[in-house]
Design a protein around this ligand. Sequence first.
Ligand code: G1P
Length: 278
Amino acid sequence: MMIKKCLFPAAGYGTRFLPATKAMPKEVMPIVDKPLIQYGVEEALDAGMYDIAMVTGRGKRALEDHFDVSYELEHQISGTDKEARLSSIRRLMEECTFSYTRQKEMLGLGHAILTGEPLIGREPFGVILADDLCDGEGDGVMSQLARVYAKYRCSVVAIEEVPEDEVSKYGVIAGSSIEDGLYMISDMVEKPAPEDAPSNLAIIGRYILTPDIFDILRETPPGKGGEIQITDALLLQARRNMVLAYKFKGTRFDCGSMEGFVAATNHYYQRSRSAEPA
Ligand code: G1P
């Protein structure tokens, strides 16, 4: 069974980028010529997930507008060579459906995912945190996770090794290796101090979740930072059933940080230059 739906939690304030994000959602900040969120939607569609569900919040209307027709603009540039610049977004508008719901209070990533339940229903779904921009070089990270899901039919998270002094920025897993790069999770801790981290395998913003996660999230008490954490819910799911962690192939940029944002910009700028005819 193919997974059709992908959820994008996109309600956060983006305070690390103030004042840029005062009147503009962080998800529409551009990496070269595309907003961050568009890279995520492209990755979802490449994995066959065409039903795009977004959890937004106040002040996020630019997100919806980006995936909708802009009549005046389209009329203005129709028939000119500028029209080609719209081809990537037009493809998404043609091939995807978009639905939105608003998270009224910021109570954590787990709460944001639970807020998306009415858009998802009772089927497995992908989750993409657009801040984590991933270049899978032709094989998107969500496509990689979908292949793991197709084989094992349980929740899967993408992981990467991080330096020990950075574990406190992530959810961190412990597990036993069942295949090359694939672990069965036995423990997970949200943003541990380095001395408490069970490993240096950090969860990055790509998940495939089975729908029982919603029932678990409803029971999950606030954890780290007083927020409802998807990491805590996944640990419960791992104990009741099975959750896998997959060391993805590709490069991730943490576009929630200034350094990662600039690195991603340079990476995709070089890419666009080398794609241009000489
Ligand atoms: C969230 C998750 C964390 C994960 C991270 C990946 O944290 O809570 O487990 O490792 O995304 O980017 P955030 O970065 O939203 O604080």
